[in-house]
Design a protein around this ligand. Structure first.
Ligand SMILES: [Zn+2]
Length: 295
């Protein structure tokens, strides 16, 4: 190994994940939005909130869940006192959480209301805030074509069988699922674990020559990813021996490489640029419209 590269690796340790809490603390241009700004956005768009409200308060949950114990049913009893949509969503989904959910749905097509899924629990204010901030860390245009995508806080105590993860992106269901361990993470880790799943989501919607970007030839070539037969005769992904990765997890397969590299681009751009400049320029061109993260 050339000494310049080995020195670089010594000075930039490779962790299991590309972004640890202290990296996010030092990240450039983190997106911020406060509650007043959310209300302001909703007031500006008051004419077009109705569809979002209907999606968030979809009553199918209360019908479907009539037989399931301990499920809070939505309380619509005070909605008649309201003169506008923001008030209605506050009465049913919470003073702060209602407008936050409405903002997330109206602006980014993401439905995080627990009312729409029999297996969901309500998200806390802090949790919702991390979701909004993670979403805002990516270019807004990628969310404009989503069809009522869901980010669901799975009911307490529920796990997917054989899964110990805190988060999971399910493209077939069009959702990101959050489990108990996610709510126990630090605020920073909540945000970056969501950003990682959002990176998987974006990858499915960004095509290069009809191929999802994270399995496109261009992306595979950057690390020399190839499918080979392992000792059990199973086809597995293998990168070229000389490639550098932003994290140990990124070495799993091209999709994890993409998700980890994308969040590295967003939160540690200079690190990605040093470790693998070609990936940096690829993500800059294809995801960030040829712009640096901070402008
Ligand atoms: Zn992943």
């Amino acid at each position: 190994m050339p000494s310049a590269i080995s020195n670089l690796i010594k000075s930039q340790p490779i962790h299991f994940h590309a972004i640890e809490d202290h990296h996010l603390q030092d990240a450039p241009c983190l997106s911020e939005i406060n509650f007043d700004e959310i209300i302001h956005y909703l007031q500006e768009n008051s004419e077009t909130l109705k569809d979002s409200i209907n999606d968030l308060m979809n009553e199918s949950r209360s019908r479907v869940t009539a037989n399931i114990k301990q499920v809070e049913r939505p309380d619509f009893s005070q909605v008649h006192e309201c003169k506008n949509e923001i008030c209605a969503v506050q009465k049913v989904l919470g003073e702060k959480k209602g407008p936050m959910l409405l903002y997330l749905h109206h602006r980014y097509n993401i439905n995080s209301s627990h009312l729409t899924n029999v297996f969901a629990d309500p998200l806390g204010e802090q949790e919702l805030s991390q979701i909004i901030h993670a979403v805002k860390d990516f270019p807004e245009k990628y969310f404009q074509n989503l069809q009522d995508y869901k980010i669901i806080r799975f009911r307490q105590g529920r796990v997917r069988s054989g899964l110990s993860a805190h988060t999971r992106a399910s493209e077939s269901k069009g959702s990101i699922e959050l489990f108990d361990p996610w709510t126990e993470l630090s605020e920073f880790s909540m945000r970056t674990s969501l950003s990682h799943e959002l990176a998987h989501l974006l990858a499915r919607h960004i095509l290069i020559e009809d191929q999802a970007i994270d399995t496109s030839n261009q992306w595979l070539n950057l690390s020399g990813w190839k499918k080979i037969k392992d000792e059990f005769d199973e086809l597995v992904w293998k990168p070229s021996a000389k490639t550098q990765f932003v994290s140990k997890y990124a070495k799993e397969n091209p999709q994890e490489d993409f998700a980890e590299s994308l969040i590295a681009f967003r939160y540690r751009p200079s690190f990605l640029k040093k470790i693998h400049p070609e990936k940096y320029y690829f993500l800059k061109e294809y995801i960030f419209n040829n712009q640096e993260v901070c402008l």
